[in-house]
Design a protein. Structure first.
Length: 498
């Protein structure tokens, strides 16, 4: 019988629906995470630029991005809350035994969430009501709260990969918990910074991709140039940094989680002069089919020498390592992530060379076609990174301390499949609503800009978020009277100085 069938036969019936539900909700939520973590910082960079240069276009963009930030945060609240409940509902064994050890990470994330909610509200509210400098200074802690939320989640996840900070009593329960060691595990630093930079890179390419599409459609005014340049520059500068951090975390996995590394690189037997496979499929007998084989390269990547000894999957019993199918999934996800990162590095280099030689943006339509898809590619890379992390750790939910099968709920599988179906329906509605809202915002802003250029002075049918001047009190309008044309709609944001 195939190894995968053996695993499924031995696993509780609840395992497949519980893991499928968790995987779906996590994969859905992580689409929103880059904007939640990184968009506040990118927006404030643009906001600060607008204040320093007195640039009305930059302030208009920052204000519109802050509206997108608020909508994204509201959607993220829903998907993130579902994930929080799923930890307790689907994995009671994990939370019941280990919650006292690593649960502080979730507490930190909760505090960060409340702070971020307050700061986003102040930031949106302050556009019309606060002096320019005060408004900007009050928004400065916003990126820090987003990073603090990531800190809490990554602290919990890195502990699951390299659990520390506790002792076990005779019954196998954790005692003598050391919170600091539980938070700052060997994997925390590399995993946290790799994640944070990935979020900045992804958000930068996602936002820039929107304006790259506009450039391809002939919208080449300063509004679109600035909307493209700021986020793309942030992403391009950090792309090579991400390569260094990615190499660092891979080496930490090699030293701290050698079996996971073996799964990522589909290494079957412990040996030196180990070849590197680009994609390829691992079989249960240890053979590899397909892919591109590069002799000795895996040992060179792991230890800068072909003599580097790489631990294989067979170094541990079969029930303590990923099976062949899981190893192949982790390997493909890892190679896809690295491949996308390499292509983004080429795109960033293209951008840097043109700017260095000619001090302008690239003019080639192919550059903007690549930039337009770079955001989607970055999100795919983020998804692949989490697949590598979670699948490569199997069968452990707490590495070498608790198996996934020990943590899963006792709820019937039919009930879990029903929950899964309901969650899919709800998430389709939520993300569909998110997309509709963003498209309506885009359409409203575009119509307002066209009215501004045409000089019609007509009032938009729906009041846009940028209404009135960027700063200062709104003008007094008598009841039932139309507002003054000079302060109506987003056009005044682009024409008035703060």
């Amino acid at each position: 019988m195939h190894t995968t069938l053996h695993v499924l036969a031995d696993a509780p019936a609840q395992m497949l629906p519980a893991r499928s539900l968790m995987a779906f909700t996590l994969a859905s939520h992580i689409i929103l995470v880059p904007l939640g973590v990184a968009l506040p910082l990118i927006t404030l960079i643009l906001h600060g630029y607008g204040l320093r240069r007195g640039d009305r276009t930059a302030l208009l963009l920052a204000r519109r991005w802050s509206a997108v930030m608020a909508v994204q945060f509201a959607i993220g609240v829903v998907t993130g809350t579902v994930l929080s409940f799923e930890f307790g509902l689907l994995w009671p064994g994990l939370m019941g035994r280990w919650g006292d050890v690593f649960g502080i990470g979730f507490g930190v994330e909760a505090w960060a969430f409340f702070l971020e909610a307050v700061l986003i509200a102040i930031y949106l509210y302050g556009w019309r009501r606060l002096p320019a400098r005060t408004h900007f200074l009050l928004a400065l802690p916003l990126p820090a709260t987003a990073l603090l939320g990531a800190f809490g989640i990554l602290a919990a996840n890195s502990w699951m990969n390299t659990p520390r900070g506790f002792s076990l009593d005779a019954a196998g329960n954790p005692v003598d918990v050391n919170i600091w060691k539980a938070i700052f595990t060997p994997m925390f630093g590399p995993q946290y910074w790799h994640f944070v930079v990935a979020m900045l890179v992804t958000a930068g390419y996602v936002v820039a991709g929107v304006y790259a599409v506009g450039w391809l459609r002939g919208r080449r005014d300063r509004y679109h140039r600035l909307g493209f340049t700021i986020p793309f520059t942030v992403a391009a500068v950090l792309t090579p940094v991400q390569f260094v951090l990615g190499d660092s975390i891979a080496r930490q996995v090699f030293h701290k989680q050698p079996v996971k590394f073996a799964a990522m690189e589909i290494v079957w037997e412990t040996d030196t002069h180990v070849p590197e496979y680009l994609f390829g499929r691992l079989h249960s007998d240890g053979s590899v089919s397909g892919g591109i084989k590069i002799p000795q390269f895996d040992s060179i990547l792991a230890g800068f020498s072909p003599d580097t000894r790489v631990t294989g999957l067979t170094s541990v019993p079969a029930d303590e390592r990923p099976n062949a199918t899981q190893a192949t999934i982790a390997h493909w996800a890892f190679d896809t992530m690295v491949g996308i990162g390499s292509l983004l590095a080429v795109l960033a280099l293209w951008y840097a060379l043109i700017w260095w030689r000619r001090r302008r943006l690239p003019a080639s339509p192919w550059f903007y076609r690549c930039a337009a898809v770079s955001g989607v590619a970055s999100v795919v890379a983020v998804e692949c990174g989490w697949i590598t992390t979670e699948v490569g750790r199997q069968p452990w939910i707490v590495y070498e301390n608790m198996r996934v099968a020990e943590a899963v709920t006792s709820t019937g599988s039919s009930t879990l499949w029903t929950m899964f179906g309901l969650v899919v329906v709800v998430y389709v509605f939520i993300f569909g609503s998110f997309l509709v809202i963003l498209l309506r915002m885009r359409t409203r802003w575009r119509l307002a800009d066209e009215e501004d250029r045409a000089g019609t002075g007509e009032r938009p049918t729906a009041q846009a978020p940028e209404t009135d001047t960027p700063y200062g009190p709104r003008p007094t309008v008598p009841s039932g009277a139309a507002p003054p044309s000079g302060t109506d709609g987003p056009s005044s944001s682009a024409e008035s100085r703060p």
